[in-house]
Design a protein around this ligand. Structure first.
Ligand SMILES: Cc1cc2nc3c(=O)[nH]c(=O)nc-3n(C[C@H](O)[C@H](O)[C@H](O)COP(=O)(O)OP(=O)(O)OC[C@H]3O[C@@H](n4cnc5c(N)ncnc54)[C@H](O)[C@@H]3O)c2cc1C
Length: 349
């Protein structure tokens, strides 16, 4: 067996021991907000490590392949790095390219493919363990911790029999594999509308089911008339005030206002939203508000009830995931860095 040539630039992780890796500030989550937090803390003179269980901006990487952002480029910018795009609204590929370049520009220390499992310790001396894809464990020690873990990893389940069948998806990527098949899209917001239209435009026979009386008011103004016209023209079948009761191999049972109805089905896209990992947040001592699971935190500094731990990005809004997105979450980094300076000192570079 040919021996593998050992490259002379081994990834940082392999060179360094996996235990007792020290830093001033550790950021869990290298999404747009986590990156913004790492940049601002680094600019404030602190040693910063960011950890992500997937790749850089892993959530955006897992968005629909041909997705176009709702937002114009300048509102997605972090670290004062201009986001130039030929399009009025950038697409997913451009955003991946942009956030990679920003991370490179600031030479951010990002540990990809490490899943943070535990956070223990106290202000000034937190201990974090993470495990990589091979199950190897890394121990970090940090003075301050920023949690920017997002919401896209945990889907809101339908909670019906058959939801675990391989034909059921909670994430939409692209339409090709569903050409000439019967697809049910569950949901009434942007992700459901975008998936239903894309699947229909690429030859799937699409049915949409939504528990609401019509498409949700949050559906973007340029998407709503499109989906409503497809429904009006019976190009996309739609059932409103309808719930999914059961999913089986070749059909789905719906509870419609006219009574139970079984429809022929090959695939189901349950586009019913996502939520932060509340158990993980609570596991580090974080208190969450009773109804909306918002971390209890100082709105100015974003420090949560555990001194030394800060929350950033969409998790700050708990279950109200449409309240904080890149446009506004990207400023959390500066708020936190201001407080880090006040508490730890640190020089503006
Ligand atoms: C289809 C779609 C379109 C959107 N369009 C727009 C738009 O046009 N404009 C806009 O402003 N917003 C948009 N959003 C919302 C926006 O993408 C999110 O609000 C934003 O990504 C939140 O950023 P974040 O950094 O808080 O979280 P995320 O981007 O979700 O990043 C969190 C990161 O934490 C990592 N992570 C989680 N748990 C752990 C752990 N235990 N250990 C290590 N790493 C962990 C994840 O892998 C992830 O990379 C859109 C969302 C979707 C789904």
């Amino acid at each position: 067996m040919a021996t593998q040539q050992i490259p002379d630039t081994l990834p940082r992780q392999q060179l360094e021991s996996r235990s007792n890796i020290r830093t001033d500030v550790l950021v869990i989550g290298a999404g747009p907000t986590g990156l913004a937090c790492a940049i601002e803390a680094q600019k404030a003179g602190f040693k910063v490590i960011a950890i992500d269980k997937g790749c850089v901006v892993n959530s955006i990487y897992n968005y629909p392949s041909n997705m176009t952002f709702f937002t114009t480029p300048e509102l997605l910018e972090i670290g004062e790095i201009p986001f130039s795009s030929a399009n009025q609204k950038p697409n997913r590929h451009e955003a991946l390219e942009y956030y990679r370049k920003v991370a490179e520009h600031y030479k951010l220390d990002i540990r990809q493919y490490q899943w943070v499992k535990t956070v223990t310790g106290k202000d000034g001396d937190f201990h974090i363990t993470a495990s990589d894809q091979l199950g190897r464990v890394y121990d970090y020690q940090t003075r301050k911790l920023i949690v920017a873990t997002g919401y896209y990893d945990l889907a809101n389940e339908l909670g019906v029999p058959g939801e675990d069948l391989p034909k059921v998806f909670h994430y939409y990527r692209e339409p090709h594999p569903f050409f000439d098949t019967d697809v049910l899209v569950v949901g009434g917001k942007n992700s459901a509308a975008i998936a239903a239209l894309d699947l229909w435009r690429h030859g799937a026979r699409v049915t949409l089911a939504h528990r609401g009386p019509k498409m949700h008011s949050h559906v973007k103004y340029w998407i709503l008339p499109d989906i409503e016209n497809r429904i009006k023209n019976h190009e996309i079948a739609a059932h409103f005030n309808t719930a999914v009761v059961e999913i089986v191999a070749d059909s789905v049972l719906l509870e419609t206002p006219e009574g139970p109805r079984r429809i022929k089905n090959d695939f189901v896209f349950a586009m019913t939203g996502y939520h932060p990992d509340y158990d993980f947040l609570r596991s580090m001592g974080m208190e969450l508000s009773p109804n909306q699971c918002r971390p209890i935190c100082d709105p100015k500094t974003l420090e949560c009830n555990v001194p030394g731990i800060y929350v950033a990005g969409v998790i700050v809004a708990g279950s109200r995931t449409n309240e904080i997105f890149i446009e506004n979450g990207r400023f959390h980094g500066r708020q936190i860095a201001d407080d880090l300076r006040a508490k730890l000192g640190g020089a503006d570079k």
